[in-house]
Design a protein around this ligand. Sequence first.
Ligand code: NAD
Length: 282
Amino acid sequence: MSARVIDGKLVAAAVRGEVAGAVEVILAAGQRAPGLATIIVGDDPASAVYVANKHKACEEVGFVGFHNELSASASAEEISEVIARLNADAAVDGILLQLPLPGHLDAGSLTGEIAPEKDVDGLTPTSAGLLALGRPGMRPCTPLGVVELLDREGVDLGGLHVVIVGRSALVGKPLASLLLERNATVTICHSHTRDLAAVCLEADVLVAAVGVPKLISGDWVKPGATVIDVGINRVDGGLVGDVDYEAAAERACCITPVPGGVGPMTIAMLLRNTLGAYGGAS
Ligand code: NAD
């Protein structure tokens, strides 16, 4: 059996197209465009690329981008001032503090200063708490992207056993909450899980969010399972996921590639979150 490939680029393009369509309607009604502000601290090259990609995606859908750059030696107070200014700016619907921050800064506490209604990354303690309680709020983009891929693939999550490998606050934990909301039976595995292979073999839907190249081997995949690979690992100048793709594709019914699977969905869901946060008016 060779698995159907879940094309994240295609799905992300569809989501971006829907967001662009909604912005056209907003502009045609004479209202201001949604605004997304980014804050980058220091000159980490990977962060610079991520932020540039986010701005490009913003422009393409008709959002206004507000870029805030601070030096690597910026103090917590300076960053707090920028966040407070953006929180109060009616033209800014979403605020994104690009991580990681330089070592002298407390990312958790600074992220927490973003107004919950503008937390389009869904990573503040308030957003995490609302998700855990099953109450409305901003949801993190990568887990949202995973659920969107499953939805568009026609996977009916109710009652399915989803095994998530990885328990980070960024991916594994919020994804588990989102899947519970969809009535999946969820198992979260991590670095202390015993007999990971046996647990993975139980999965109707297997999600890998670990950061270890090809950790999930083909024979850990239940025949006919759906495999979602969140991992992005740089190996020998190329990108590979956490799943041994070729071997897993022999057993899975469908599978996301790396690159081109979950990756493109993150920015698409950031755009959708920003549209959802849009306050309207001019
Ligand atoms: P993390 O390092 O914060 O968490 C990794 C998790 O994997 C931990 O919970 C740890 O317990 C678990 N783990 C580590 N080794 C393990 C092992 N041998 N067996 C079982 N579990 C193990 O990572 P993260 O931020 O959640 O990211 C995970 C991966 O997803 C990375 O490759 C990252 O680059 C990628 N990622 C992709 C996107 C995207 O597609 N847009 C977004 C975020 C993260």
